[in-house]
Every structure is written in structure tokens, then in C-alpha cells.
Design a protein around this ligand. Sequence first.
Ligand SMILES: NC(=O)c1ccc[n+]([C@@H]2O[C@H](COP(=O)([O-])OP(=O)(O)OC[C@H]3O[C@@H](n4cnc5c(N)ncnc54)[C@H](OP(=O)(O)O)[C@@H]3O)[C@@H](O)[C@H]2O)c1
Length: 181
Amino acid sequence: MKTIGMAVMTLDGCITRHAGEGTAFASREDQAHFHQVLNEFDCSVMGSRSFEIHRSAIMAALDQQRLRIVLTDSPAKYAELQRPGSLEFRRANPAGLLDELAARGLGRCAVLGGARVYTDFIRAGLMDEVWLTLEPLGFGTGRRLFEGDIDFRFSLLSAETLSSDTLLLKYRPRAAGPAAF
Ligand SMILES: NC(=O)c1ccc[n+]([C@@H]2O[C@H](COP(=O)([O-])OP(=O)(O)OC[C@H]3O[C@@H](n4cnc5c(N)ncnc54)[C@H](OP(=O)(O)O)[C@@H]3O)[C@@H](O)[C@H]2O)c1
């Protein structure tokens, strides 16, 4: 199973703006890239908070091309929304979930956030790559890509421009540990 975290963030590492939710700050170019590249994945994982924020758009876009997993401690709450093979609500740890998805024959998983889910997957060593859209913005406050104490280094795989101001950076996490340059 290849697992790739995807996020849009500001120059100062915010994935949300101040106390707000959602990714309205993302550029048109990022959104176009995001929707296009999701076609390369046969499954994706997000937390229930991110699902709630994007719920109507997700429900309108369901198909059998990609299985969307929403992590929640209360899957029963979402029983009416459950669409086996298309949208599933699960209580699972990241490693167990990826094992199960692999056993179902799935091979490429996009980790779509939010902060708790990104952090749980990186901490468990379960992200093969992180794809970051870097928007030319600074918010000062907002949720961070990873939260809590973690120590990871990343190797840059590629840097592309999505527009004159917006970068797409792809990194591979390396062994955990304090950075030493
Ligand atoms: N900039 C970006 O690219 C980007 C991408 C995604 C999200 N975001 C933003 O990030 C924010 C949300 O982040 P967040 O950290 O608050 O929430 P989140 O990661 O989206 O969801 C967290 C929730 O998911 C459930 N959950 C997570 N892992 C679980 C597990 N292993 N087992 C069972 N349940 C699990 C729990 O909900 P229950 O209460 O249901 O148990 C938990 O409270 C939003 O503002 C969103 O807009 C930004």
C-alpha cells in the first residue's frame, strides 16, 4: 500500500485560517490539482471533522472509483450515510486500517487530514510521501499540519509550480529523530 498525505498550507505552516475551519484559502490552481490527482488513488482517509466540513461536496461526488474512509469513534452516528465500497465510516487505528485496505486489493491511499489524522499517520510511520501545496499566505494562527511533539526529517522529491505564486512540494519522510543539518 502506498500512502500519501496531501495538504494545502501557508508559508507559516497553517492548514486553517485563524480559528476558522476549511480550506477556502486554497488557490484555484491547488483545487484543480487536488481534484485531478485524487483520480490516481483508489482509496482515501480523513477524520470526521474534515468530513463534516466538506460533507455536502463529498456526498455529491461519491463514486466507485475511490473508497473514502472517514475515521470516527462513533461510526453508528453515520450509518445512514454509509455506502459500502464508496463511503465507509470506521473506528480503526491507522496501521490496522491500511492492512485491511490492502487485503481488499487497494493499493494507493490519500491521507486527506485534518491535523489529527495527518499527525497519527506520520507518527505511526505510515506516510510514504507528503505532498504539500504551499500558498503565498501567512496566518500566524491556525491548525498546523502536524500537532504535538514530533521529530521528523523529510527528503525533497520534487518541487513544481502550480502558479506564479503557488508551489507543490513532494517530500519523503525519513527516520524520526531530531534534525541535524
Ligand atoms: N489545509 C488542508 O489541506 C486541510 C485538509 C484537511 C483538513 N483541514 C482542516 O483541518 C481541520 C480538522 O482537523 P482536526 O484535527 O480537527 O480533525 P480531523 O483530523 O479531520 O478529524 C478528527 C476526528 O476524526 C476522528 N478520528 C480521527 N482518527 C481516528 C481514529 N484513528 N479512530 C477513530 N476516530 C478517529 C475523531 O472524531 P469522532 O469525534 O467522530 O470520533 C476525531 O475527533 C478542519 O478545520 C479542516 O478544514 C485542512
